[in-house]
Design a binder for this molecule. Structure first.
Ligand code: GDP
Ligand code: IMO
Ligand code: MG
Length: 422
């Protein structure tokens, strides 16, 4: 069997959580492959809303096994908070959430370092989620990280060494902090992690594939936040792209099946960094209000703008996307006209290729299509789609060269229209 991958094609928050939840019934295992509590994946069903940060979005459907993969970074304190809140709402997970021994730990000092580095950058700060993601991955790559498997043996000593190294950096930066206040919850979180099955997930997943099980890999963030291919340095610190599913779960590239690329009918971005189609006017404000575009983790207002087909085409290329999923089309229900960025103009030269660097000089060139001016939120099938919406879909499919398999017309699990089955 193959691993199907779901990942974001824009700047994150495309609606990955919702779609993982919708697709989970067709899979045996769901595994997150990168990122950590910088993610906020929202699921809505039966009148309830859940926001998951480190726990995969397959936990609400039919007792499927969910895995925190080796490519992730896990903050014990935030993990415990997430588990506690799920348990309080009647969702016990102990027997079906497994954690890779090779996933890395976010230490309390990683969070402090994240804040210290951001403060040091001043006006050029990344606008991180402040969850210690960058420093934790930095330690992983510089071979100083602590892994989940380390908590099983001689942990205190390894922890102390790492903390001493981090404190030396924090002191050198004259950063003031109160580590003790963070440590007690952090260690409670470590105990919480120990309640779960710690596994060598690469073996587990490959055995599952061999025995005919279907695996769904859940990405976090989005392609334009990828450490290699995103709008560097305004990116996150992991490979959010499809290749990240291979390294983040230990599966071979040949084991990848469908690659589901998720995008919004418009664009959003949280934090700093270039955003060619950003609208800072009342239209952008309207998108923000209609789409409730406020960060699910930080509550920060998300920057909004028109859909960017140049960036999407690039993301499809990097990920080898086989099927597209369009989210939040309902947010566009009442617009008279809709713009789609089909090229960039850079220094007077027009290009349809995503350049080395996008910046303030990258000007979007738009095609304009008529809006559909119809409430689509209660639609059940594509037969009900207005003519203008079909024209909009066809335009996107033509430019991108990939079919849109599903259209999401609202936040609820039920508000999902599948246009064709494979
Ligand atoms: P993720 O990080 O990719 O999982 O996305 P987020 O959960 O951060 O952000 C997506 C937001 O849009 C959440 O509040 C979802 O409940 C909501 N959402 C998802 N799909 C739709 C949709 O089709 N229409 C509307 N209006 N909201 C949606
Ligand atoms: P999901 O999975 C949107 C952004 C931050 C910042 C940059 C680096 O919910 O789509 P980090 O804390 O990772 O070092 O921040 O990346 N960012 C996200 N933006 N959705 C996310 O996750 C994000 N995770 C990180 O805002 O600009
Ligand atoms: Mg999110």
């Amino acid at each position: 069997m193959k691993v199907d991958v779901i990942l974001g094609l824009q700047w994150g928050d495309e609606g990955k959580g919702k779609i993982v939840d919708v697709l989970t019934p067709s899979y045996d295992l769901v595994a997150r492959f990168q990122g950590g509590p910088n993610a906020g994946h929202t699921l809505e069903f039966e009148g309830n809303k859940y926001i998951l940060r480190s726990i995969p979005s397959g936990i609400f459907q039919g007792g499927k096994i969910n895995i925190i993969g080796n490519g992730m970074v896990l903050d014990p304190d935030l993990f415990k908070a997430e588990i506690d809140s799920l348990e309080a709402s009647g969702h016990g997970l102990t027997d079906r959430l497994y954690i890779s021994r090779k996933a890395h730990l976010i230490l309390p000092t990683h969070r402090l370092l994240d804040q210290a580095y951001e403060t040091q950058k001043g006006n050029s700060k990344i606008g991180t989620t402040g969850k210690g993601i960058g420093p934790a991955y930095t330690d992983k790559i510089s071979r100083n990280g602590l892994r989940i498997g380390d908590i099983e043996e001689h942990f205190e000593e390894k922890y102390k060494q790492a903390i001493a190294r981090h404190e030396a950096i924090l002191h050198s930066m004259n950063f003031e902090y109160d580590l003790k206040a963070l440590e007690s919850d952090w260690f409670k979180g470590i105990e919480s992690i120990k309640r779960f099955k710690l596994i060598d997930s690469e073996h587990f997943i490959n055995e599952a594939l061999k025995s005919g099980k279907k695996v769904l890999a859940e990405g976090a963030q989005g392609t334009i936040l990828d450490i290699d291919f995103g709008s560097y340095p305004f990116v996150t610190s992991s490979n959010t792209v499809c290749a990240g599913a291979c390294t983040g779960l230990g599966v071979a590239p040949s084991a990848i099946g469908e690659v589901y690329g998720i995008f919004k009918a418009y664009c959003t971005r949280v934090g700093s960094g270039p955003f060619p189609t950003e609208l800072t006017d009342s239209t952008g404000q309207r998108m923000r209000e209609l789409g409730h575009e406020y960060g699910s983790v930080t509550g920060r207002p998300r920057r909004c703008g028109w859909i960017d087909l140049v960036a999407l085409k690039y993301a499809i290329m990097i990920n080898g996307v086989t099927q597209l999923i369009m989210m939040k089309s309902d947010v566009m229900d009442d617009f008279d006209t809709i713009n789609l960025c089909v090229a960039y103009q850079i220094n007077g030269v027009e290009t349809e290729d995503f350049p080395f660097e996008i910046n303030d000089l990258t000007r979007p060139i738009y095609a304009e299509l008529p809006g559909w001016k119809t409430d689509m939120t209660k639609m059940q099938s594509e037969n009900e789609f207005p003519e203008e919406f079909n024209a909009y879909l066809s335009f996107i499919e033509e430019v991108l060269g990939v079919k849109v398999k599903m259209v999401s017309v609202g936040a609820d699990r039920e508000q999902t229209i599948v246009r064709y089955t494979d």
